[in-house]
Design a protein around this ligand. Structure first.
Ligand code: C5P
Length: 232
């Protein structure tokens, strides 16, 4: 899979997501299904969107004991998604177990990506709540290296960290980056943002874009603009 724009379908119901996806008659975007939609609509929504011809990033961010994550990943593997994820904070052992669970008897599996530190966690919160006293970018790179060691395919990170992750873990280690905004668009609650063109320049492999597309007056035009800026 090459570089692509992944549309974050953060809708509260199956009906809302179908209304949105029905607008795309030409190219079928790569879709991210997160916890809100998955918990509301269940595994069936994944099967339905897949059947409509979309690639799927199932963003459920698993974090539990290795055995539980392994068994859960085996279930998710059956949904035939293209990418899924977990928290690197769950440890290298948990990530290795996840990979085992995700791998089908024929050796195929979805890509497995680790969340490093959420962008909602800053240095102060990390020190006070988690008692982690190292600089946050060092922690992010450490988690990325752990993910690579465990055999994972890449990490979710801020577009600002994508270049450094590639330096640390190699160009083939994937970076999936949210926090993308058009130069002339609303930033909303995202803090450290980049345009699709900047994300391309810094080497992001996939950008995850939600509201700049889902809340646009013309979502298809916004999606096409994003693809044009990011892929060319
Ligand atoms: O609407 P917006 O473009 O901000 O959506 C970004 C998507 O990426 C949301 O689904 C959000 O949950 C997700 N995300 C993020 N920051 C992270 C990890 C995931 O914004 N660090």
């Amino acid at each position: 899979m090459g570089k692509d724009v992944i549309v974050a379908c953060d809708f509260a119901s199956a009906e809302a997501v179908y209304n949105f996806l029905d607008k795309f008659t030409d190219k079928k975007p790569f879709v991210k299904i997160g916890m809100e939609l998955f918990y509301a609509a269940g595994p069936e929504i994944v099967k339905q969107i897949k059947a409509r011809g979309h690639k799927i990033f199932l963003d459920l961010k698993l974090h539990d004991i290795p055995n539980t994550v392994k068994k859960s990943m085996a279930v998710l593997s059956g949904l035939d998604v293209d990418i899924t994820n977990l928290h690197a904070a769950g440890t290298t052992r948990m990530m290795q177990a996840a990979l085992e669970g995700l791998t089908r008897p024929d050796g195929t599996r979805p890509l497995l990506i680790a969340v490093t530190q959420l962008t909602s966690t800053d240095q102060e919160i990390m020190e006070k709540d988690l008692l982690i006293n190292e600089p946050i970018d060092k922690v992010v790179m450490h988690y990325a290296k752990n993910a690579k060691l465990a055999g994972l395919d890449g990490v979710v990170c801020s577009p600002l960290e994508a270049g450094k992750v590639h330096e640390c873990c190699g160009q083939n280690f994937l970076t999936i980056t949210p926090g993308v905004r058009f130069a002339d668009g609303e930033i909303g609650d995202q803090k450290r943002v980049m345009t699709p063109a900047e994300a391309k320049k810094i080497g992001s492999d996939y950008i995850v874009v939600g509201r700049p597309i889902t809340a646009a007056a013309d979502p298809v035009a916004a999606y096409e603009r994003c693809v044009k800026e990011f892929i060319g």
